[in-house]
Ligand binder design. Structure first.
Ligand SMILES: Nc1ncnc2c1ncn2[C@@H]1O[C@H](COP(=O)(O)OP(=O)(O)OP(=O)(O)O)[C@@H](O)[C@H]1O
Ligand SMILES: [Mg+2]
Length: 236
């Protein structure tokens, strides 16, 4: 579904990605793992068109994305839950949710899966808070808005950059349960998170990035049997 090949990118003169390769298959949950500053967010930004790749290719369902502006990438069916959530502070929960919504028809012309009611059913707390401005929300509520807002675009691929960072344990558990539910429905997901135990339960495949290069790829079972990978690349 998503193929990233030889992706190089950076900021100004400083190169951050040195040829990143990985793929996400339809219905798969794939993680990008790696310590702080290794290039996970930069990879996501280059995929989304928020950062222009220096070299390499990003394609989605066979179509080349590299070089497209972010709104065109989104329109191809990729929804981003960005690092830091980026909820609009002066808009209400409901306004945030509809801000970038898209009525992309579902498979075989069926009604799209996600609308306001469906997001409120997934996160009942957001229905209660629907008139509250973004600035008044807790971190957990903001993350629910960010996930709901991405789902409202009815994405074929959902990308989450730091799915549970800085959230209270109960909210984390709720986010993991929601992601498991989305996966069970067949949602394709590219996920960044530092909670190794949780991502190993959820994901099909892991891609470990070290200094802008993919140094290891494998399943959760393979990662469980590779303590050296965890010790070398994943210790915070
Ligand atoms: N806007 C920017 N301008 C210049 N350098 C940047 C910028 N954003 C990130 N960098 C640098 O690029 C490198 C990779 O950063 P990136 O945010 O991709 O890492 P990350 O793997 O997402 O880390 P984290 O786990 O902390 O989110 C780091 O060295 C960082 O300092
Ligand atoms: Mg990051």
């Amino acid at each position: 579904m998503l193929a990233v090949e030889g992706l190089a990118a950076g900021y100004g003169q400083s190169q951050v990605l040195f040829g990143v390769d990985f793929a996400v298959g339809r219905g798969q949950v794939v993680t990008l793992l790696g310590r702080n500053g290794m290039g996970k967010t930069t990879t996501v930004r280059a995929v989304m068109g928020l950062l222009r790749p220096w070299a390499g290719r990003v394609s989605f369902e066979g179509m080349t994305l590299s070089g497209l502006p972010p709104h065109k990438v989104a329109r191809q069916g990729i929804g981003l839950v960005p690092e830091g959530r980026q909820v609009f502070p002066t808009l209400t929960v409901e306004e945030n949710l509809v801000a970038t919504a898209a009525n992309r028809a579902g498979a075989a012309g069926r009604a799209p899966r996600w609308d306001l009611e469906a997001v409120y059913a997934l996160f009942p707390r957001l229905r209660e808070r629907r008139r509250s401005p973004g600035a008044r929300l807790s971190g957990g509520e903001q993350q629910m808005v960010a996930i709901g807002r991405a789902l409202m675009t009815n994405p074929k691929l959902l990308i989450l950059d730091e799915a549970t960072e800085g959230l209270a344990p109960m909210i984390r558990a709720e986010i993991w349960a929601v992601l498991a539910r989305l996966k069970a429905e067949g949602q394709s997901i590219l996920l960044i998170d530092k909670n190794l135990a949780a991502v190993m339960r959820l994901a099909d495949c892991h891609v470990v990035i070290e200094k802008g290069r993919v140094v290891w790829t494998g399943t959760s079972e393979e990662l469980a049997r590779a303590p050296e990978v965890r010790d070398t690349y994943l210790h915070i």
